[in-house]
Design a binder for this molecule. Structure first.
Ligand SMILES: [Ca+2]
Length: 167
């Protein structure tokens, strides 16, 4: 079986405190696999055309992993994993690139997945099943991000604790 993650949506609410918002840039970091261009750790800037991450605002960011030109055995494009265990252990990190403190209320992460399995009794035929948007992670507590260690952590690893399939 192969699990292909085509895109994610991250919902993140900035807390309501007076200095909870940030002007520091924030990246999503993840490890490339499958058809995604490049090897190893990648960074995508989480940025809208407006002033992101103001106090008590909820932002939604979509990151598309199907942008690569490479194909892997004619599989659908995206980040690919051997099985659900590997998919659930994939690492996604939020990294703040400045010392303007960001205080976060909650983080929800959803992923648009496809599972791909060989067709029984065939040599090279595969069946792709679109699973739609699955809840990957929910962090429902306060999180402090800053490059200044006295204010928070610069990199937060999102635990994939959502109810993803186990097999
Ligand atoms: Ca912006």
């Amino acid at each position: 079986m192969t699990i292909i993650l085509q895109r994610i949506r991250l919902f993140v609410r900035t807390a309501d405190g007076r200095s909870s918002g940030t002007d520091s840039p924030v990246d999503l970091r993840f490890e490339a696999s499958g058809s995604y261009p490049g090897d190893g750790w990648q960074s995508v800037s989480l940025d809208h055309p407006w002033n992101d991450r103001e106090r008590s605002r909820t932002e939604s960011y979509e990151v598309d992993f199907t942008i690569g030109d490479e194909t892997v055995d004619d599989a659908p494009r995206g980040l690919s994993y051997r099985d659900w265990s590997e998919a659930r252990n994939a690492q996604f990190k939020l990294e703040i690139r400045g010392s303007d403190w960001w205080n976060v209320d909650f983080v929800f992460l959803l992923g648009d997945y496809i599972s791909r399995e060989p067709v029984p009794n065939s040599i090279d035929a595969f069946e792709n099943t679109a699973l739609g948007w699955l809840l990957m992670a929910r962090l429902d507590r306060n999180l402090s991000l800053s490059k200044d260690p006295s204010e928070g952590t610069a990199v937060h690893t999102i635990q994939l604790d959502g109810p993803l399939p186990t097999s």
